[in-house]
Design a protein around this ligand. Structure first.
Ligand SMILES: Cc1ncc(COP(=O)(O)O)c(C=O)c1O
Length: 325
């Protein structure tokens, strides 16, 4: 993967080579950071790059920072502006992915969350698919359990907890599967290694509630709205037993990276027909139209990079959040 040319670092945009940390950095040693993953989609007809739900991503980013006791000197709007400025500097005219990171930057020994100084960086790079086969993922139930709210809060994107995701992903891929489905400590389905999970059964979509130790995904939230409002499918948030996977009609992962990926087999058992089903196919089509700004009713989710003039509608959720407010 080519390195980015620039980074937002120490409050301004600098050459990527200047965005450096020392080996003693607290977050590097102890996982005391949090991050986000935001996609921007190129729309060829409009010659415009649209960032998908940047305020919502940055609100969750700030909430993850709060979980780590961080006081950041930025609002969701400040961070959106920084991302837009970065993308304009990079002059991307293709799909890309942005990675904001807040991390304790102190170069000191000592495990704690207090009396430390956070820093924020953002980088962006061209990006395509996260999983090769979005139309038919073969998943396995991982032997690793999802981190619990009383261990490392699963609802936030905390860097240290991604060791849990990495164990699940590597073991799944080494065993020949595309992805892992991770159960929580209760034995219920939580999510994929880095994506939320839905199944479809008898015309209803089911996804684990946010209290089942899943990341509070922005794509998950978008999908609930797309399924219920546009595709007319009721969505139920409830715990999912592992054997419900075998009996589901369809299933899919969703997330910024994975986008919408059909899960068509779990541990060699087909889900439904074992092929991309009609609901996931329709959802994928709708989702890719929405993220490229082609659906007027969801256009407010897409923030244009190059057309400065289009403001994000003022909403409560765009207010400064976090203890630094
Ligand atoms: C563990 C985990 N679950 C779910 C998701 C999906 O979240 P989002 O839709 O906000 O990208 C991600 C991230 O990308 C993740 O890392």
């Amino acid at each position: 993967m080519p390195l980015p040319r620039h980074a937002f670092f120490h409050g301004s945009i600098v050459p990527y080579s200047e965005a450096r940390v020392g080996v003693l950095t607290h977050a590097l040693n102890y996982g005391t950071g949090c991050f986000g993953g935001i996609r921007a989609y190129w729309n060829d007809e409009e010659q415009e790059l649209f960032v998908f739900r940047p305020h919502d991503h940055f609100r969750r980013f700030l909430e993850s920072a709060r979980l780590l006791d961080m006081t950041l000197p930025y609002s969701a709007t400040d961070l959106t502006d920084a991302l837009l400025a970065l993308l304009r500097t990079e002059l991307f005219r293709e799909d890309c992915y942005a990675r904001p990171l807040a991390f304790y930057a102190d170069e000191s020994i000592g495990v704690r969350l207090h009396n430390l100084t956070p820093e924020v960086s953002i980088v962006a790079m061209p990006y395509g698919r996260y999983v090769e086969n979005e139309e038919g993922v073969h998943a396995t139930i991982s032997s690793w359990r999802r981190v619990d709210d009383n261990m490392i809060p699963a609802r936030g994107k905390i860097t240290g907890s991604y060791v849990n995701s990495a164990f699940a992903k590597t073991d799944a891929q080494r065993a020949g599967f595309d992805e892992a489905i991770v159960l929580n400590s209760d034995g219920h389905v939580a999510e994929g290694s880095a994506e939320n999970f839905f199944l479809v059964k008898n015309g209803t979509a089911v996804t684990p509630p946010v209290t089942d130790n899943v990341l509070e995904g922005i794509t998950r939230r978008s999908v609930i709205e797309l399924l219920s409002k546009t595709l007319g499918l009721p969505v139920v948030e409830r715990s999912i037993d592992r054997t419900e996977l075998t009996l589901a009609d369809e299933a899919f992962f969703c997330g910024t990276g994975v986008q919408i990926a059909a899960v068509t087999r779990v541990d060699h058992r087909p889900i439904g027909t074992g092929r991309l089903g009609p609901t996931v196919a329709a959802l994928r089509e709708l989702y890719f139209d929405v993220v490229r700004g082609r659906r007027p009713e969801f256009r407010y989710w897409c923030h244009p990079v190059y057309a400065d003039a289009t403001p994000i509608p003022a909403r409560d959720e765009n207010r400064r959040s976090g203890p630094g407010a």
